[in-house]
Design a binder for this molecule. Structure first.
Ligand code: 1HE
Length: 261
């Protein structure tokens, strides 16, 4: 299935078309994100088909994404630069605060805006070819796609500053160790693993997934007292949903899977 931009495609997977696979299709430019591609990402996440319960994003070719298309950087003035960055923010907010959890399947370069895109996703699966970097520091620019907000939440401000001060590149294993990815898998298997995870996520109650996407990150940023109160509200809403009651009943009747080690 194509989107309105040939550099981005969408296909539906699973018995009920419950998993959306979104593919960056600009391998000759290492999936560098030009304005058209950023707007296409915004549009695709804003308009996912109703059947979709979870999504996967990955890149065609040897790399996930080489970041901002540097050939477009040329002649923006300060005001245009603000609007450009805000355009990225709006698009990546549609990924992070959209309707369904998003799993990023990573390989090769996950750099600059590519890391900003990956960090807007809810789960990152990196294969062993993956490397993470923020070359903005050495290109004389700054992150503008939400990186200074999202990356420190994954690895802390000190590690992010180090990446930008020194041009440090994290390989896949070190990236997983510091928190840039939650899963590390053999080269060539990130997409398979990401689809497996998304298929599993799609079986959760939608309200639980919604709470994980929209309540948890807000609670984590609230003062403890506020956070505990918000948690109580969310817990109460979730457990009063008919689907939650049915799932708990199924467990008590021995009809639902147990937690396995
Ligand atoms: C690009 C870009 C790009 C590749 N914009 N065209 N991002 C960067 O600073 C990363 C810049 N890219 C790289 O360091 C390398 O390209 C890679 C390590 C990702 C891959 O290397 P390689 O050897 O596989 O490919 P290549 O030969 O370097 O690139 C292939 C083509 O893609 C080539 O174009 P061609 O016409 O000569 O074939 C490259 O110019 C093109 N290409 N990366 C434009 N990024 C919201 S703020 C976000 C801030 C940022 O993201 S700053 C950018 C950070």
């Amino acid at each position: 299935m194509t989107t309105n931009n040939p550099d981005l495609s969408l296909s539906l997977h699973g018995e009920q078309s419950e998993v959306a696979l979104i593919t960056l299709n600009r391998a000759t430019k290492r999936n560098a994100l030009n304005d058209g591609l950023i707007l296409a990402i915004r549009d695709v996440f804003q308009n996912l088909p109703k059947s979709v319960r979870a999504a996967v994003i990955h890149g065609n070719g040897d790399h996930f994404c080489a970041g901002l298309d540097l050939s477009e950087l040329s002649e923006r003035d300060a005001g245009e630069g603000v609007l450009h960055s805000r355009m990225w923010h709006a698009a990546l907010d549609c990924v992070e605060k959209g309707t369904v959890p998003v799993v990023a399947a990573l390989h090769g370069a996950v750099v600059g805006g590519g890391l900003e895109l990956a960090s807007a996703c809810h789960i990152r699966v990196a294969d062993e070819s993956t490397f993470f970097a923020l070359p903005e520091g050495t290109r004389g620019i700054f992150v503008g796609g939400g990186g200074s907000v999202r990356v420190p939440k994954l690895i802390g401000a000190a590690r992010m500053a180090d990446m930008m001060f020194t041009g440090r590149v994290y390989n896949a294993a070190d990236g997983e160790r510091v928190g840039l990815a939650q899963y590390l898998v053999p080269t060539g298997t990130a997409l398979e693993k990401a689809l497996e995870l998304a298929t599993r996520i799609a079986t959760n109650a939608p309200l639980t997934n919604y709470a994980l996407m929209h309540a948890l990150p807000r609670i984590a940023e609230q003062p403890s007292d506020h956070g505990l109160f918000t948690e109580a509200l969310m817990a109460s809403i979730a457990q009063s949903a008919p689907e939650a009651k049915a799932r708990v009943r199924a467990f008590l009747e021995g009809k639902a899977a147990k937690v396995k080690s």
